[in-house]
Design a protein around this ligand. Structure first.
Ligand code: URA
Length: 432
């Protein structure tokens, strides 16, 4: 078999065989197939796509290119969640305690923030003492005892995807639905959960800019899971508006606590409830009505908050910070004021995420340090009425030199208009 012929066949719109796909992934992982041939292949896929069968084999081959986690001891109770990434997306911090309080087993590997999107691992590390590196043994023991453990991505999980993703990043081939679907699902399947709920974000703050693309990605990922013998569902959700009212790290942990204590932003709570209910339908076999009722009860009774405290303590974090949010360090706050009377008609979530990075809440480069106290409080969001001079956001930063530029950039990300905009849906569709 020759890589040249595989590229040629993909270029000619032909369907590749399972053997060809396994050959190219094995060869690329081993270093036998060079980057330039893989880049040509990725570009051929970008233009000509892949069939569902090809995508499923590509995913399976990348999933088995390195370590896989065996969660079989948890049977069908093991369940995972993945968001394609957004701004203010702290749903994992809320959903994990809810689902594990209700018997689901979450052995979760999460990422760090990169670019304009935040990462669960960084947010958790803003809780003093919280450790996101556990041995495989401790990780699984914690899931057994507490119901949930969240760590950073293991070094050798789907190494073929790691290599291919880095190559796609520099060859303009990231935004291909089969390549994104196989990339995400290879890691999720390697992480071992029997059921997976995907939150596919669509809009200005997301990878997928249109609903059509988001729905196609959701469909492919759910079908891949089925082809690999797992259960999955995907919610396609709005990321034209940042999620909740906090963007950052400690500030997002605090917002998660507010939700688990019965307060906070309604849209954020309803998305978390929908994700948690979907996970419980899959892992517990409950009906949607039963799952929804139990999720609401877990939040309203405080059981989910207590579970968050148990989880944080188990990973070495100081749960007293969750019980008394004033203990989190804060950075000086600077307000951004409405430029005119009217309504917030639109928010560019990606640009708002970039403002967060400039304040110190994210990293421009992988090795940058994060300031956990930096972030943004969104006081007014899309649809809200504003009067000129009224504060619409608070910028928290220990970088006074970044403030003026950040204020200008924040205002550029906001559209104020005389008329109220139409209400935006939160959950566009659910793909099962
Ligand atoms: N996230 C991934 O893990 N892979 C992609 O291709 C895109 C987003």
């Amino acid at each position: 078999m020759r890589m040249y012929d595989i590229i040629q066949r993909k270029k000619a719109h032909e369907e590749l065989t399972e053997a060809e796909i396994r050959f190219l992934i094995a060869g690329y992982t081993m270093g036998d197939i060079p980057d330039y041939q893989m880049a040509a292949f990725a570009m051929a896929v970008y233009f000509n796509g892949m069939t569902p069968a090809e995508t499923a084999v590509l995913t399976d081959a990348m999933m088995h290119s390195g370590d896989t986690v065996d969660l079989s001891r948890f049977g069908t109770l093991s369940v995972d969640k993945h968001s394609t990434g957004g701004v203010g997306d702290k749903t994992s911090l809320i959903v994990a305690p809810i689902v594990s309080a209700l018997g689901g087993k979450l052995a979760k590997m999460s990422g760090r923030g990169l670019g304009h999107t935040g990462g669960t691992v960084d947010k958790l590390e803003s809780i003093p003492g919280f450790c996101t590196e556990l041995s495989a043994e401790d990780f699984l023991a914690q899931v057994e005892q507490v119901g949930v453990a969240v760590i950073g991505q293991s070094g050798d999980l789907a190494p073929a995807d790691k290599k291919l993703y880095a190559l796609r990043d520099v060859t303009a081939t990231v935004d291909s639905v089969p390549l994104i679907a196989s990339s995400i699902m290879s890691k999720k399947l390697a992480a071992g959960a029997h059921s997976i709920v995907l939150d596919v974000k669509v809009g200005s703050g997301a990878f997928m800019k249109t609903r059509e693309d988001g729905e196609a990605l959701a469909r492919q990922m759910v079908d891949i899971a089925a082809a690999c013998g797992r259960q999955a569902a995907a919610l396609v959700t709005n990321m034209d508006i940042p999620l909740g009212s906090a963007v950052g790290n400690a500030i997002e942990v605090m917002e998660a606590v507010e939700i688990l204590q019965g307060g906070g932003d309604r849209r954020l709570r309803s998305l978390c409830e929908a994700l948690a209910a979907e996970m419980l339908c899959l892992c517990q076999g409950w009906t949607p009505e039963e799952a929804a009722a139990r999720v609401t009860e877990a939040v309203d009774s405080g059981a989910a908050f207590e579970q968050m405290c148990r989880w944080v303590s188990a990973q070495g974090g100081d749960a007293e910070y969750l019980r008394d949010l004033s203990r989190f360090p804060t950075a000086p706050a600077y307000d951004v004021c409405a430029p005119a009377d009217g309504y917030i008609a639109a928010m560019d979530a990606e640009r708002i995420g970039i403002v967060g990075v400039a304040l110190g809440a994210g990293r421009a480069k992988k090795e940058d340090a994060i300031d956990f106290a930096a972030g943004i409080r969104l006081l007014k969001k899309t649809g809200d009425a504003v009067t000129a001079g009224e504060p619409i956001a608070l910028l928290y930063t220990n970088r006074p030199e970044a403030v003026e530029g950040a204020k200008v950039a924040y205002l550029e990300a906001i559209t104020v208009s005389a008329d109220a905009p139409a209400a935006q849906e939160l959950i566009y569709t659910v793909v099962r």
